[in-house]
Design a protein around this ligand. Structure first.
Ligand SMILES: C[S@@+](CC[C@H](N)C(=O)[O-])C[C@H]1O[C@@H](n2cnc3c(N)ncnc32)[C@H](O)[C@@H]1O
Length: 252
């Protein structure tokens, strides 16, 4: 697959999540969403599509935020490291540009070692944000192993970074800067349920977000946790298998 270059021509706006409701019925969730943003049952929509095409065709409605984890270099065997790095930064820029004025974009990214070099994805996302003029709202470290662990392969922590285009007030209820664990991972590339929960709690307590979008939704960890916390959620993934898993995932 060649690195996709998105068109960012905005078509007429639509309520981002309403269009696809017909195909994917909302899941029955054992939601503990008593203090959730909506009184009604949250919806889940999963779309099998290319993320860039979908974002270009669906401008963000007010009250929309993104929580995502962009694909690793290992998912692009046809790209060399520089090619993937360029793809990664451009993808982060597209998401930062896309997000609603009142929303935020939250990225969960795990560094990798590639042929002896440490690839710092937090840095790459920050470069993209700088290019887009977005400001960093917070940067959390999510431990993948207990602090002090010597990691020979994959680094022991992930980055979780939150950006907004418009200035934001100081948080009313600041969360932890270091998460001791990512939580249950429903599959190998998952974001971790606890990390998703921290991200979605921030959206609930500090923003006017109603709809959470994950344009690279994988098996649906973000959308499942967003539903659990009472948000409508929409996930996009190009893989049919991932979409099937994302429609079915229930987390506690
Ligand atoms: C790191 S995983 C996402 C993990 C997910 N957030 C979770 O916690 O379960 C990246 C996903 O991006 C998907 N993907 C890669 N390129 C894509 C594209 N151009 N459009 C849509 N999905 C894509 C892959 O199929 C993969 O499921």
């Amino acid at each position: 697959m060649s690195a996709p270059r998105p068109s960012v021509e905005p078509p007429p706006p639509l309520e981002a999540h309403a269009a696809a409701q017909g195909e994917d019925a909302p899941l029955q969730l054992a939601a503990d969403a008593a203090d959730a943003p909506h009184a009604t049952k949250p919806t889940r929509t999963i779309v099998q599509a290319d993320a860039f095409a979908w974002l270009a065709e669906h401008p963000a409605a007010k009250g929309t935020s993104v929580v995502t984890s962009m694909p690793d270099v290992s998912e692009f065997p046809e790209l060399d490291l520089d090619g993937w790095r360029a793809w990664f930064r451009e993808t982060a820029r597209v998401i930062l540009r896309w997000v609603a004025d009142d929303g935020v974009a939250i990225f969960f990214q795990s560094d990798v070692r590639h042929q002896g070099a440490w690839i710092d994805k937090g840095y790459l996302v920050q470069r993209a944000a700088e290019d887009e003029g977005a400001s960093l709202v917070w940067h959390k470290i999510v431990c993948r192993n207990p602090a002090g662990t010597i990691a020979i392969g994959r680094p022991s922590y992930s980055h979780m970074l939150c950006f907004s285009r418009a200035p934001r007030p100081l948080p009313l209820r600041p969360g932890p800067d270091v998460l001791p664990e990512a939580g249950v991972m429903p599959w190998s590339r998952a974001m971790g349920v606890e990390a998703c929960r921290v991200a979605c709690r921030f959206l609930r307590e500090e923003t006017t977000t109603r709809l959470v979008i994950d344009p690279f939704c994988g098996h649906g960890t973000v959308v499942a946790v967003a539903n659990l916390l009472g948000f409508d959620a929409l996930g996009v993934d190009r893989s049919r298998k991932c979409c099937r898993a994302a429609r079915a995932l229930v987390v506690e």
